[in-house]
Design a protein around this ligand. Structure first.
Ligand code: SAM
Length: 289
């Protein structure tokens, strides 16, 4: 018998098979998948947009160097959950970590394998549902997962699996969607809930799901994020986001006109940082087993 959970998970997988993560929301990336140019364009979008919080010295430093201390991972077993097009899996491999990368879709696995082939990197890249990791207990020194586990049918099951496969003292670094973010208030609460009147008919979680990617997209508060990782110690949370408000209709043009003319660039940067820190859409959680 197919349970609601299995059906949800099937839809989750199908959604990502149909829309693999290439950072090409506006469909402007007309490059042949699997070519070096294709990967370079994805990395440019992913790493450039996350530079403000991930790696201030992009591209001279490896991605997310602010969060990841790569030298400590040399020769260590690192698991990436939900590798997408393999940008981070390759970054770990390039820094001499022993990388295992999994994704629920075959497309992501194929993209990542091809990337490794082009770069001459070694790694264990397999299709797998993170709710059922096919690795022994206490196998990994480190787990990385960026924007993945909130898309799965049972986020709790993945966190329990992360805990199981981590060695004692191993670290998990995970990003999930933050419920109380400026983006959600503007797009979901204001735009959909109030202006379009959807609050009258639709639960907020359902509205939230409709303004983001994935068939499932669970949004959690900081307090709930901490509860989800209660089995870990030294849990640290940080709110962050892409440093732009381009999701607000017309904002790109308005910003282009105002910033540098009316609003000093430095002030705009401070405002962006403030928004990211308190009302960011990305809830970054770091936790030690
Ligand atoms: C938003 S993309 C992020 C990809 C990559 N981490 C990145 O930052 O570019 C989400 C990815 O999670 C994968 N995914 C969703 N549910 C999963 C699960 N239960 N187990 C493994 N991967 C999953 C999807 O196939 C997709 O590639």
């Amino acid at each position: 018998m197919i349970s609601d959970h299995d059906e949800l998970q099937r839809r989750n997988r199908d959604w990502w098979e149909a829309n693999p993560m290439t950072y090409d929301w506006a469909r402007t990336l007309h490059l042949q998948p699997g070519t070096p140019e294709f990967y370079a364009a994805i990395d440019e979008r992913f790493f450039r947009s996350s530079a403000p919080f991930g790696h201030p010295d992009y591209p001279r430093q490896p991605p997310f160097a602010r969060q990841i201390y790569y030298p400590a991972l040399r020769g260590k077993r690192v698991l990436e959950i939900g590798c997408g097009a393999g940008a981070m899996a390759a970054a770990f491999a390039r820094q001499s970590a022993l990388i295992s990368a999994i994704d629920i879709t075959q497309t992501a696995v194929d993209f990542t394998r091809r990337r490794f082939e082009i770069l001459g990197l070694g790694g264990d890249i397999r299709p797998m549902d993170a709710e059922h990791l096919q690795f022994p207990d206490e196998h990994f020194d480190h787990v990385w997962s960026w924007g993945v586990i909130h898309h799965s049918a049972a986020i709790e099951a993945i966190i329990a699996e992360i805990h199981r496969v981590l060695k004692p003292g191993g670290k998990a670094q995970v990003m999930i969607y933050h419920r109380h973010s400026l983006r959600n208030w503007i797009l979901a609460a204001w735009g959909q809930g109030i202006l379009r009147g959807r609050f009258l008919t639709t639960p907020y979680d359902e509205i939230l799901r409709g303004v983001t990617d994935g068939y499932i997209a669970r949004h959690v508060s900081v307090a709930d994020g901490r509860k989800l990782f209660a089995a870990f110690s030294a849990v640290r949370t940080e709110l962050t986001d892409l440093a732009d408000l381009s999701f607000i209709p017309g904002n790109v043009q308005v910003e282009k006109y105002l910033v540098g003319r009316v609003i000093p660039v430095a002030l705009k940067r401070r405002l962006d940082n403030w928004i990211m820190r308190y009302f960011g859409w990305f809830l970054y959680i770091e936790a030690v087993k």
